[in-house]
Design a protein around this ligand. Structure first.
Ligand SMILES: Cc1cc2nc3c(=O)[nH]c(=O)nc-3n(C[C@H](O)[C@H](O)[C@H](O)COP(=O)(O)O)c2cc1C
Length: 216
């Protein structure tokens, strides 16, 4: 049984969604367990299969899962130590700030008692819109943390604010806010010095079982 802190990563429909894969890998290398939730729009930018392979967990995209007997949004919200929304659209920020719950991720955000960290990514004019700024301010007042957006080259052509914070900065903030578990005191020093997860995974993939794929 794993004791790694459980992170729920919500991925929304931004052009920056492809960076979610790097974030999953980096978080797992730090010892976190990551479960990904994708909005329907996010699946237009990156395939759930990618995040499923990298997280080695089922990726949920639908509030209603006939194969899952539990009430998905409350069960996921209850087990999360930290919820990340990366990248976060203006839409999910607006829904959360206004208490709207019309899909799996927005339901989880409202049902959760966990800490929540949001990394927005969007066009500069969307980000600077007073309504988006009002929503961000409202969520900050409620204890939700934000990282970024940064100034950078945006897909819409502007060199402006709206760029997703770098995955390594997000990981740094996650580690500060929700540190990974220290190695168990009974674990031998040899085991404690095991290579980070990516190397361990590629070793196991070379084993005869062939059950797991190496994370690239
Ligand atoms: C090519 C493309 C890129 C987009 N990138 C962003 C983005 O970076 N940030 C954003 O807030 N919306 C972006 N949008 C708009 C969102 O996809 C749209 O608001 C959608 O409804 C968001 O749904 P979700 O929040 O449920 O994922 C983009 C749309 C398109 C077509």
């Amino acid at each position: 049984m794993t004791t790694a802190p459980e992170i729920v990563l919500g991925v929304t429909g931004s052009i920056a969604a492809y960076k979610a894969g790097d974030l999953v890998r980096a978080l797992r290398d730090e010892g976190y367990t990551v479960s990904c939730i994708m909005t329907q729009r996010a699946t237009r930018f990156i395939a759930p299969t990618t995040l499923q392979a990298l997280s080695e967990r089922k990726v949920h995209t639908d509030l209603f899962d006939p194969e899952d007997p539990q009430i998905l949004h409350t069960a996921i919200a209850e087990h999360a130590k930290l919820i990340l929304v990366v990248p976060a659209t203006a839409n999910i920020i607006g829904k959360f700030a206004n208490g709207l719950a019309d899909d799996l991720l927005s339901c989880i955000l409202l049902a959760a008692k966990a800490k929540i960290l949001i990394a927005p990514a969007m066009n500069v004019h969307m980000w600077q819109h007073p309504i988006v700024q009002r929503n961000v301010t409202m969520l900050k007042r409620l204890g939700v943390r934000f990282i970024g957006p940064e100034v950078g080259k945006l897909v819409c052509g502007y060199e402006a604010i709206g760029h997703l914070a770098a995955p390594e900065e997000i990981v740094r903030m996650v580690k500060q806010w929700t540190p990974p578990n220290p190695p168990h005191p009974l674990v031998t020093s040899t085991a404690a010095q095991r290579p980070k997860r990516s190397q361990a995974a590629s070793k196991s993939s070379r084993s005869s079982s062939g059950k797991r794929k190496a994370r690239r």
